[in-house]
Ligand binder design. Structure first.
Ligand SMILES: O=C(O)CCC(=O)C(=O)O
Ligand SMILES: [Fe+2]
Length: 203
């Protein structure tokens, strides 16, 4: 038996106040030297190209506090039983010319198994000086009790000041970005991460 389940997501525009967004951008541009190339758990070099900033104390908890109040509404909308949140992870990425992230889900490895909800906040310098970089969220097909990718999908554009939430088991990819200037400051920036549930609820 198989049936399709449309990709679930919630998109909110104008998420941060303008002043906060501009301060964040200024902070990130100052930290350019601390960004490093990304890697994936499998070490596959072709799978993902982007830059990442692992530590940004000034904004980690700040952003998590902005996201937390939205979660009950999301659980309700998606008929997810409210769960004990063990952790909200956060990272900061920059995608520039030729960067991408091929199809994956966010909870497929044992150490990521408790990731339940993914979020991505997009921001960039204006006027926008890159193109591409949509987040392609695939509809899911349930086949013999397993999630597999359906042929259909929704593309979410990485619009400045937009946040999107989706279930971490959903397959998604970041389409290639082109950024002619290649300036770091013109990158497609994200603050993104995962809401984890307590591991004990699984066993
Ligand atoms: O940058 C995006 O739109 C999504 C990033 C992503 O899928 C991830 O970091 O797991
Ligand atoms: Fe992802």
């Amino acid at each position: 038996m198989s049936f399709d389940q449309p990709a679930q997501f919630l998109q909110i525009d104008h998420f941060l106040a303008n002043e906060d967004r501009l301060n964040l951008l200024e902070y990130v541009l100052d930290r350019e030297a601390d960004f490093v190339p990304t890697s994936t758990a499998t070490g596959d070099l072709d799978y993902r190209k982007s830059w990442i900033l692992y530590h940004f104390e000034a904004y980690e908890n700040w952003m998590i506090q902005k996201i937390t109040p939205l979660l009950p509404r999301l659980f309700h909308a998606w008929n997810i039983e409210p769960f004990a949140i063990s952790q909200i992870e956060i990272q900061l990425t920059a995608h520039n010319d030729g960067h991408y992230y091929k199809i994956h889900n966010d909870n497929g490895s044992p150490d990521a198994a408790t990731r339940t909800m993914s979020y991505v906040y997009y921001f960039n310098r204006e006027p926008t000086n890159f193109s591409g970089g949509a987040l392609r969220l695939y509809d899911m097909r349930i086949e013999n009790g397993h999630y597999v990718q359906a042929e259909t999908y929704r593309d979410i554009q990485p619009v400045n000041n937009r946040i999107v939430f989706f279930p971490s088991h959903c397959l998604h990819e970041v389409l290639p970005i082109s950024c002619r200037s290649r300036n770091f400051a013109d990158s497609r920036f994200t603050l993104n991460g995962w809401v984890r549930r307590e591991a004990t609820e699984y066993v």
